[in-house]
Design a protein around this ligand. Structure first.
Ligand SMILES: [Zn+2]
Length: 139
């Protein structure tokens, strides 16, 4: 079996959200989340979600080859963004923007997007992508 529904259900929040853990001992944020703080070794950690924050664009790369089912989305943009409050760097797709509109420091907001499609299993995977904030205000 290629895919476990119970497992997907259990992990659905981590698929749909950008979960991190904040250390109650040293106060630092571990992303990706882990069971032990990588800064101080404490196990006293609490879940936080980075997709409650705006982020700014640090750098990006444009991918001209796209997975099957995404031909309409060519080219894809993968960026490194930094969350505005927690200053965590995240690798994520950048969406709703043209490559020529990309610029360093652009303010982005997280949005749930179709990331992948498994046609054989009939499943569509979703994940967090980032889109420009300005665009929505401007219409
Ligand atoms: Zn710590």
């Amino acid at each position: 079996m290629r895919f476990s529904i119970p497992r997907f259900w259990r992990e659905r929040h981590s698929h749909y959200r950008l979960k991190a853990v904040k250390c109650r001992s040293c106060g630092r944020i571990n992303y990706p989340p882990s069971n032990i703080c990588r800064y101080c070794g404490s196990r006293d950690l609490e879940d936080i979600y980075l997709d409650n924050e705006y982020a700014k664009l640090i750098t990006w790369t444009i991918i001209h080859t796209v997975p099957e089912g995404f031909e309409d989305k060519r080219p894809r943009i993968i960026g490194i963004v930094e969350t505005m409050e927690t200053h965590i760097r995240i690798l994520a797709p950048i969406t709703d923007i043209l490559p020529e509109e990309l610029k360093e420091g652009l303010i982005l907001e997280p949005v749930l997007r179709r990331i992948n499609e498994d046609k054989e299993a009939g499943l569509i995977h979703y994940g967090i992508a980032y889109r420009p904030v300005i665009k929505r205000i401007g219409g």
